[in-house]
Design a protein around this ligand. Structure first.
Ligand SMILES: [Zn+2]
Length: 331
Protein backbone atom coordinates (compact mmCIF):
# COMPACT_ATOMS: atom_id res chain seq x y z
CA UNK A 1 0.00 0.00 0.00
CA UNK A 2 1.46 3.33 -1.06
CA UNK A 3 0.98 5.03 2.33
CA UNK A 4 2.92 2.30 4.14
CA UNK A 5 6.14 3.62 2.62
CA UNK A 6 5.81 6.96 4.38
CA UNK A 7 7.70 6.77 7.65
CA UNK A 8 7.52 9.06 10.65
CA UNK A 9 4.41 11.07 9.69
CA UNK A 10 1.58 9.38 11.59
CA UNK A 11 -0.47 12.55 11.96
CA UNK A 12 -0.36 13.66 8.31
CA UNK A 13 -0.85 10.13 7.02
CA UNK A 14 -3.72 9.62 9.46
CA UNK A 15 -5.49 12.75 8.22
CA UNK A 16 -5.04 11.78 4.58
CA UNK A 17 -6.04 8.13 4.87
CA UNK A 18 -9.07 9.04 6.96
CA UNK A 19 -10.30 11.49 4.33
CA UNK A 20 -9.81 8.88 1.61
CA UNK A 21 -11.67 6.21 3.58
CA UNK A 22 -14.57 8.53 4.29
CA UNK A 23 -14.71 9.68 0.68
CA UNK A 24 -14.60 13.32 1.80
CA UNK A 25 -11.43 14.56 0.23
CA UNK A 26 -10.72 18.29 0.21
CA UNK A 27 -10.02 19.37 -3.35
CA UNK A 28 -7.10 21.68 -2.49
CA UNK A 29 -4.56 20.50 0.05
CA UNK A 30 -1.38 22.17 1.17
CA UNK A 31 1.36 19.92 2.54
CA UNK A 32 3.51 22.05 4.81
CA UNK A 33 6.80 20.97 6.33
CA UNK A 34 10.57 20.98 5.87
CA UNK A 35 12.24 19.50 2.79
CA UNK A 36 12.98 15.79 2.81
CA UNK A 37 10.36 14.61 5.30
CA UNK A 38 7.99 12.78 2.93
CA UNK A 39 5.64 15.45 1.57
CA UNK A 40 6.23 14.42 -2.03
CA UNK A 41 5.90 10.71 -1.26
CA UNK A 42 2.64 11.44 0.52
CA UNK A 43 1.39 13.48 -2.43
CA UNK A 44 2.22 10.61 -4.79
CA UNK A 45 0.51 8.09 -2.48
CA UNK A 46 -2.55 10.35 -2.31
CA UNK A 47 -2.59 10.70 -6.10
CA UNK A 48 -2.33 6.93 -6.46
CA UNK A 49 -5.27 6.42 -4.11
CA UNK A 50 -7.36 8.90 -6.13
CA UNK A 51 -6.64 7.44 -9.58
CA UNK A 52 -6.42 3.76 -8.50
CA UNK A 53 -8.84 1.51 -10.32
CA UNK A 54 -8.83 -1.13 -7.57
CA UNK A 55 -11.29 -1.40 -4.71
CA UNK A 56 -9.06 -0.10 -1.89
CA UNK A 57 -9.81 3.57 -1.09
CA UNK A 58 -6.14 3.98 -0.08
CA UNK A 59 -4.89 2.76 -3.44
CA UNK A 60 -3.74 -0.78 -4.19
CA UNK A 61 -0.25 0.23 -5.31
CA UNK A 62 -0.23 -2.55 -7.91
CA UNK A 63 -2.73 -1.67 -10.66
CA UNK A 64 -1.66 0.03 -13.85
CA UNK A 65 -3.04 3.40 -12.73
CA UNK A 66 -1.10 3.20 -9.43
CA UNK A 67 2.14 2.37 -11.25
CA UNK A 68 1.75 5.15 -13.75
CA UNK A 69 0.82 7.72 -11.09
CA UNK A 70 4.26 7.89 -9.51
CA UNK A 71 7.71 8.83 -10.71
CA UNK A 72 10.34 6.15 -10.36
CA UNK A 73 13.88 6.45 -9.04
CA UNK A 74 16.64 8.61 -10.38
CA UNK A 75 17.48 8.90 -14.03
CA UNK A 76 14.00 7.85 -15.16
CA UNK A 77 11.28 10.23 -16.37
CA UNK A 78 10.69 12.94 -13.81
CA UNK A 79 6.98 13.27 -14.50
CA UNK A 80 4.37 10.54 -13.96
CA UNK A 81 3.18 8.68 -17.03
CA UNK A 82 -0.44 8.81 -15.88
CA UNK A 83 -2.19 11.60 -17.80
CA UNK A 84 -4.23 12.58 -14.75
CA UNK A 85 -1.32 13.05 -12.35
CA UNK A 86 0.34 16.30 -13.31
CA UNK A 87 3.36 17.94 -11.76
CA UNK A 88 3.86 21.68 -11.60
CA UNK A 89 7.32 22.90 -10.72
CA UNK A 90 9.55 25.80 -11.62
CA UNK A 91 11.68 24.81 -14.62
CA UNK A 92 10.17 21.34 -15.02
CA UNK A 93 8.97 21.89 -18.59
CA UNK A 94 11.04 23.16 -21.53
CA UNK A 95 10.24 26.87 -22.06
CA UNK A 96 8.90 26.38 -25.59
CA UNK A 97 6.43 23.72 -24.42
CA UNK A 98 4.75 26.22 -22.09
CA UNK A 99 4.84 29.12 -24.53
CA UNK A 100 7.90 30.90 -23.18
CA UNK A 101 11.13 32.09 -24.71
CA UNK A 102 13.15 31.99 -21.50
CA UNK A 103 13.50 29.40 -18.73
CA UNK A 104 11.64 29.91 -15.49
CA UNK A 105 14.59 31.17 -13.49
CA UNK A 106 12.75 32.94 -10.68
CA UNK A 107 9.33 31.46 -10.23
CA UNK A 108 6.58 29.22 -11.50
CA UNK A 109 5.28 31.35 -14.36
CA UNK A 110 1.73 32.16 -15.31
CA UNK A 111 2.59 30.51 -18.64
CA UNK A 112 3.09 27.15 -16.93
CA UNK A 113 -0.14 27.51 -14.94
CA UNK A 114 -2.04 28.42 -18.08
CA UNK A 115 -0.72 25.59 -20.27
CA UNK A 116 -0.20 22.81 -17.73
CA UNK A 117 -3.15 23.47 -15.40
CA UNK A 118 -5.87 25.80 -16.67
CA UNK A 119 -6.10 24.42 -20.21
CA UNK A 120 -6.89 21.00 -18.74
CA UNK A 121 -8.64 21.64 -15.45
CA UNK A 122 -12.06 22.34 -16.95
CA UNK A 123 -12.16 19.03 -18.82
CA UNK A 124 -12.99 15.72 -17.14
CA UNK A 125 -10.03 13.50 -16.20
CA UNK A 126 -8.62 11.44 -19.09
CA UNK A 127 -9.18 8.12 -17.40
CA UNK A 128 -12.33 9.09 -15.59
CA UNK A 129 -11.48 8.70 -11.92
CA UNK A 130 -9.70 11.81 -10.78
CA UNK A 131 -7.12 14.34 -11.79
CA UNK A 132 -4.40 15.48 -9.41
CA UNK A 133 -2.14 18.49 -9.80
CA UNK A 134 0.91 18.36 -7.55
CA UNK A 135 2.66 21.71 -7.21
CA UNK A 136 6.24 21.38 -5.96
CA UNK A 137 7.54 24.35 -3.96
CA UNK A 138 4.26 26.19 -4.37
CA UNK A 139 5.78 29.21 -2.61
CA UNK A 140 7.56 29.82 -5.93
CA UNK A 141 4.33 30.66 -7.74
CA UNK A 142 4.65 34.13 -9.23
CA UNK A 143 1.96 36.60 -8.21
CA UNK A 144 0.31 36.44 -11.61
CA UNK A 145 0.56 32.62 -11.64
CA UNK A 146 -1.06 32.48 -8.19
CA UNK A 147 -3.78 34.92 -9.21
CA UNK A 148 -4.57 32.95 -12.34
CA UNK A 149 -4.99 29.84 -10.20
CA UNK A 150 -7.31 31.25 -7.53
CA UNK A 151 -10.64 30.60 -9.19
CA UNK A 152 -9.72 27.04 -10.14
CA UNK A 153 -8.40 26.35 -6.64
CA UNK A 154 -11.69 27.53 -5.23
CA UNK A 155 -13.94 25.65 -7.62
CA UNK A 156 -12.02 22.98 -9.49
CA UNK A 157 -13.86 20.79 -11.98
CA UNK A 158 -15.39 17.50 -10.95
CA UNK A 159 -12.73 15.06 -9.72
CA UNK A 160 -9.93 17.61 -9.87
CA UNK A 161 -7.57 17.88 -6.89
CA UNK A 162 -4.65 20.09 -6.01
CA UNK A 163 -1.79 19.27 -3.67
CA UNK A 164 0.57 22.15 -2.97
CA UNK A 165 3.91 21.23 -1.44
CA UNK A 166 5.31 24.04 0.67
CA UNK A 167 8.47 24.20 2.77
CA UNK A 168 8.52 27.98 3.32
CA UNK A 169 4.90 28.76 4.19
CA UNK A 170 5.64 32.41 5.03
CA UNK A 171 6.39 32.99 1.34
CA UNK A 172 3.11 31.58 0.12
CA UNK A 173 0.57 34.23 -0.89
CA UNK A 174 -2.26 34.59 1.66
CA UNK A 175 -4.85 34.20 -1.11
CA UNK A 176 -3.44 30.74 -1.86
CA UNK A 177 -3.20 29.86 1.84
CA UNK A 178 -6.81 30.72 2.47
CA UNK A 179 -8.01 28.51 -0.39
CA UNK A 180 -6.09 25.40 0.63
CA UNK A 181 -6.39 23.05 3.60
CA UNK A 182 -3.17 22.59 5.51
CA UNK A 183 -1.71 19.17 6.31
CA UNK A 184 1.38 19.47 8.50
CA UNK A 185 4.50 17.37 8.05
CA UNK A 186 6.90 17.37 10.97
CA UNK A 187 10.68 16.91 10.87
CA UNK A 188 11.41 13.17 11.00
CA UNK A 189 12.50 11.63 14.30
CA UNK A 190 16.23 10.80 14.29
CA UNK A 191 15.39 7.12 14.67
CA UNK A 192 13.56 7.17 11.32
CA UNK A 193 16.42 8.98 9.57
CA UNK A 194 18.81 6.39 11.05
CA UNK A 195 16.62 3.59 9.78
CA UNK A 196 16.57 5.06 6.25
CA UNK A 197 20.36 5.42 6.30
CA UNK A 198 20.89 1.88 7.54
CA UNK A 199 18.63 0.59 4.76
CA UNK A 200 21.18 2.17 2.43
CA UNK A 201 23.99 0.25 4.05
CA UNK A 202 25.30 2.97 6.37
CA UNK A 203 26.89 1.62 9.56
CA UNK A 204 24.69 2.15 12.68
CA UNK A 205 27.21 4.38 14.45
CA UNK A 206 27.68 6.59 11.39
CA UNK A 207 23.93 6.63 10.75
CA UNK A 208 23.41 7.97 14.27
CA UNK A 209 25.95 10.77 13.74
CA UNK A 210 24.52 11.77 10.36
CA UNK A 211 20.93 11.65 11.63
CA UNK A 212 21.89 14.08 14.38
CA UNK A 213 23.23 16.52 11.75
CA UNK A 214 20.28 16.16 9.37
CA UNK A 215 17.69 17.95 11.51
CA UNK A 216 14.94 15.50 10.71
CA UNK A 217 15.35 15.62 6.93
CA UNK A 218 15.95 12.40 5.00
CA UNK A 219 17.15 14.29 1.93
CA UNK A 220 19.66 16.28 4.01
CA UNK A 221 20.94 13.03 5.56
CA UNK A 222 21.36 11.41 2.13
CA UNK A 223 23.14 14.49 0.80
CA UNK A 224 25.58 14.30 3.72
CA UNK A 225 26.22 10.62 3.03
CA UNK A 226 26.66 11.23 -0.71
CA UNK A 227 29.16 14.02 -0.15
CA UNK A 228 31.07 11.78 2.21
CA UNK A 229 31.00 8.83 -0.19
CA UNK A 230 32.24 10.90 -3.12
CA UNK A 231 35.10 12.27 -1.01
CA UNK A 232 36.05 8.72 -0.05
CA UNK A 233 35.91 7.58 -3.67
CA UNK A 234 38.23 10.41 -4.70
CA UNK A 235 40.64 9.49 -1.93
CA UNK A 236 40.60 5.84 -3.01
CA UNK A 237 41.36 6.73 -6.64
CA UNK A 238 44.21 9.08 -5.70
CA UNK A 239 45.68 6.58 -3.24
CA UNK A 240 45.47 3.76 -5.79
CA UNK A 241 47.20 5.87 -8.45
CA UNK A 242 49.88 6.80 -5.95
CA UNK A 243 50.33 3.21 -4.80
CA UNK A 244 50.76 2.17 -8.43
CA UNK A 245 53.78 4.39 -8.89
CA UNK A 246 55.48 3.75 -5.53
CA UNK A 247 58.59 1.55 -5.74
CA UNK A 248 57.46 -0.65 -2.87
CA UNK A 249 54.14 -2.25 -2.09
CA UNK A 250 53.58 -0.67 1.34
CA UNK A 251 51.06 1.91 0.18
CA UNK A 252 49.25 -0.70 -1.89
CA UNK A 253 48.98 -3.07 1.03
CA UNK A 254 47.71 -0.33 3.30
CA UNK A 255 45.05 0.57 0.77
CA UNK A 256 44.02 -3.07 0.48
CA UNK A 257 43.74 -3.34 4.22
CA UNK A 258 41.77 -0.17 4.89
CA UNK A 259 39.39 -0.27 1.94
CA UNK A 260 38.23 -3.82 2.04
CA UNK A 261 35.57 -3.77 4.73
CA UNK A 262 32.39 -2.86 2.92
CA UNK A 263 31.67 -4.59 -0.38
CA UNK A 264 29.14 -2.06 -1.62
CA UNK A 265 31.50 0.81 -0.85
CA UNK A 266 34.40 -0.98 -2.52
CA UNK A 267 32.32 -1.53 -5.63
CA UNK A 268 31.76 2.23 -5.85
CA UNK A 269 35.46 2.87 -5.37
CA UNK A 270 36.45 0.43 -8.11
CA UNK A 271 33.92 1.98 -10.47
CA UNK A 272 35.49 5.37 -9.86
CA UNK A 273 38.96 3.98 -10.55
CA UNK A 274 37.77 2.26 -13.74
CA UNK A 275 36.16 5.50 -14.87
CA UNK A 276 39.42 7.34 -14.24
CA UNK A 277 41.43 4.92 -16.40
CA UNK A 278 38.78 4.95 -19.12
CA UNK A 279 38.79 8.73 -19.36
CA UNK A 280 42.60 8.91 -19.18
CA UNK A 281 42.85 6.36 -21.95
CA UNK A 282 40.34 8.22 -24.10
CA UNK A 283 42.19 11.49 -23.62
CA UNK A 284 45.58 9.88 -24.35
CA UNK A 285 44.19 8.34 -27.53
CA UNK A 286 42.92 11.73 -28.66
CA UNK A 287 46.38 13.16 -28.00
CA UNK A 288 47.93 10.23 -29.88
CA UNK A 289 49.80 9.37 -26.70
CA UNK A 290 51.24 5.90 -26.21
CA UNK A 291 49.84 5.79 -22.66
CA UNK A 292 46.38 5.19 -24.10
CA UNK A 293 47.12 1.47 -24.39
CA UNK A 294 48.46 1.13 -20.86
CA UNK A 295 45.44 2.89 -19.38
CA UNK A 296 43.10 0.84 -21.49
CA UNK A 297 44.75 -2.30 -20.10
CA UNK A 298 44.47 -0.89 -16.57
CA UNK A 299 40.80 -0.24 -17.14
CA UNK A 300 40.38 -3.94 -17.99
CA UNK A 301 42.30 -4.92 -14.85
CA UNK A 302 39.91 -2.91 -12.66
CA UNK A 303 36.89 -4.44 -14.42
CA UNK A 304 38.38 -7.85 -13.72
CA UNK A 305 38.66 -6.94 -10.03
CA UNK A 306 35.02 -5.82 -10.02
CA UNK A 307 33.97 -9.18 -11.44
CA UNK A 308 35.97 -10.95 -8.75
CA UNK A 309 34.28 -8.82 -6.11
CA UNK A 310 30.89 -10.00 -7.40
CA UNK A 311 32.17 -13.58 -7.11
CA UNK A 312 32.90 -12.90 -3.44
CA UNK A 313 36.65 -12.97 -3.69
CA UNK A 314 38.39 -11.66 -0.56
CA UNK A 315 38.35 -7.86 -0.97
CA UNK A 316 41.79 -7.34 0.59
CA UNK A 317 43.38 -9.94 -1.67
CA UNK A 318 41.53 -8.62 -4.68
CA UNK A 319 42.78 -5.05 -4.17
CA UNK A 320 46.31 -6.27 -3.61
CA UNK A 321 46.29 -8.38 -6.78
CA UNK A 322 44.72 -5.58 -8.76
CA UNK A 323 47.35 -3.06 -7.65
CA UNK A 324 50.17 -5.47 -8.48
CA UNK A 325 48.77 -5.99 -11.96
CA UNK A 326 48.25 -2.25 -12.42
CA UNK A 327 51.87 -1.61 -11.44
CA UNK A 328 53.05 -4.21 -13.88
CA UNK A 329 51.48 -2.36 -16.85
CA UNK A 330 54.22 -0.51 -18.67
CA UNK A 331 53.63 3.19 -19.09
ZN1 LIG B 1 -4.21 0.79 -7.78
Amino acid sequence: MPFDAILGQPSAVGTLTQSLRSGRVHHALRFEGPDGVGKEMAAMAFAQALVCTGADPLGCGTCSACHRAVTFGEGTPSVPVHPDVILVERGLYPPESIGRRTPEAQDISVDQIRTVVLEHASFPPHEGKARVFIVRRAEELSISAANSLLKTLEEPGQGTHFILLVSRPARLLPTIQSRTLRVRFAPLPDAIVMQLLQQRGVEPQRAREVAALAAGSASAALALIDAEASRERDTFVETALEAMSKPDMVAALQLAETRSRDKRELRGHLEALATRFASRSRQAALDDDARALADSARYQIVLQAMRELERNASPALLIETMLMRLRAEET
